[in-house]
Design a binder for this molecule. Sequence first.
Ligand SMILES: Cc1cc2nc3c(=O)[nH]c(=O)nc-3n(C[C@H](O)[C@H](O)[C@H](O)COP(=O)(O)OP(=O)(O)OC[C@H]3O[C@@H](n4cnc5c(N)ncnc54)[C@H](O)[C@@H]3O)c2cc1C
Length: 381
Amino acid sequence: MTNNKEQVIIIGAGIAGLSLAIQLTNKNISCVVLEARDNFGGATTGVRISAKGVKILEKMSVYNIGESTEELLMYFGEDKVKFDIENKPGESPAIIVTRLAVFEKLRERINELKIPVIYDFKLNNVIESAKGVEVISSDGQKISGNYLVGADGVGSKVRRILNPEGNSEKRYAGYLGLGFIYPSDEKIEMSLFNSINGNIGLGSIGKISSNDTHKNNFLWTHIHMTEAEASAITDKEVYEQISEKAKSWSPYLQEIFQEIKTNPQTVLYHQPVYNGSVPDKWYSDKMFLIGDAAHPYGPGGQGISMALMDAEALCDLFITGITEEMKANFQTTRATIAKEKGESAEERNKPENQIAAKSALHARYKFMKDYHLSTGGKIEL
Ligand SMILES: Cc1cc2nc3c(=O)[nH]c(=O)nc-3n(C[C@H](O)[C@H](O)[C@H](O)COP(=O)(O)OP(=O)(O)OC[C@H]3O[C@@H](n4cnc5c(N)ncnc54)[C@H](O)[C@@H]3O)c2cc1C
């Protein structure tokens, strides 16, 4: 069909793909984004974005979304540890925000910059040659360009094309990820409740989108179950299962859950969670990977910041010049950071690492208390 000779073809209109498109266009490097879905939308949820991620959003003129995080409160049963989040003077702090609010702003920038986004284009194959790349969709459309960037998420097709021999399929991570967004003007700093019945997060996220008339808070957790159960579970069943778990929550959390259950404006989001193995190859002569496509770790509060930072690093590579050394450096640097953040989150989320007894909860509290002392009560997020 089309034969636009765009310089960079980006597969996937997620945070990684859109932010790369904006940053490249700001540097006068032309690009096109190809997206398998038929729009940007979809279910929303709360996500945490680190201060480094927020800085990159601001570089793209994305401001004033979500709620800042100044503190991190960690609960271990009745015990509590409070960290002050180290924010750099003059720089914006980390935020918790809805995915929709981020997309809305990125979409505005995409429209202002007139960046072409083609929907319903599901990448099926890539032909790479010395001249560039030709991408082919599942219904036979073809588009050619100079370079290809796979920003196509945890189940990345580009990752599989780059790593045909590798273990690059996505895998079910073993649990259902879920969150409740409920209207509230009460500011809640990011709070993590370590409990015997699974871990729970809570925090303020601001407006769901710019049309929203009120602020919101967000409670998130996960439930271990089979993939078939996680794919088939209904909202009603999620409420039933969380109600059962909530019986052992602290009175404060139970009160919040009561508010969530009774507020008709509560938005419930749930989905089976997937991950995968970090591939050996993040690049070839004309292809690159960024975001979850490059480091398919399960959720740990870092994926979006990682996607933003990958996009910035790859944009820099396009500007400074693509040499073999620079490409290797891009992969090594980005993979090291992703591994450090991603693997610790994966460990935390494993069923065998959930706290099973009060004594273990107390031991973890003591460990955290010592860590609190050793860091002077400050933490960088
Ligand atoms: C339950 C849950 C909670 C999370 N919470 C957080 C959090 O609090 N903080 C945080 O930082 N991260 C969080 N994450 C992780 C975060 O959502 C991801 O790391 C981030 O969205 C990755 O962005 P991405 O652009 O790389 O991929 P994605 O957002 O997955 O985007 C990939 C895009 O590529 C498209 N695509 C896929 N295949 C093709 C194809 N063949 N052809 C064309 N297009 C294709 C997809 O439709 C999609 O639009 C969470 C994840 C889950 C599941």
